[in-house]
Design a protein around this ligand. Structure first.
Ligand SMILES: [Ca+2]
Length: 93
């Protein structure tokens, strides 16, 4: 598998790992999102421990406001973080 295919597989399996914990197994509840952010992105986000920050991220991602983060909405998180890293590494910002 190419690196990109590996990355996609990881993005999918990470979603599944947390979305299956409680309630609807195809979406992330706020608790599940919080756990994902802390366990998988803690170093990158730093303040994911901050409840207000988690609330803010959750609200931003939940664009259809059904109080859960589905795979499309999770995709936005991944893309935003990837773009942030890209800007960081290319020195654009
Ligand atoms: Ca949603």
């Amino acid at each position: 598998m190419s690196n990109l295919q590996t990355a996609m597989a990881i993005i999918i399996s990470t979603f599944d790992k947390y979305s299956g914990k409680e309630g609807d197994k195809y979406t992330l509840s706020k608790g599940e999102l919080k756990e994902l952010l802390q366990s998988e992105l803690g170093e990158l986000l730093g303040k994911a421990n901050d409840k207000a920050a988690v609330d803010h991220i959750f609200k931003d991602l939940d664009s259809n406001q059904d109080n859960s983060v589905d795979f499309d909405e999770y995709g936005k998180l991944i893309f935003c973080l990837t773009r942030m890293c890209h800007e960081y590494f290319t020195g654009k910002k």
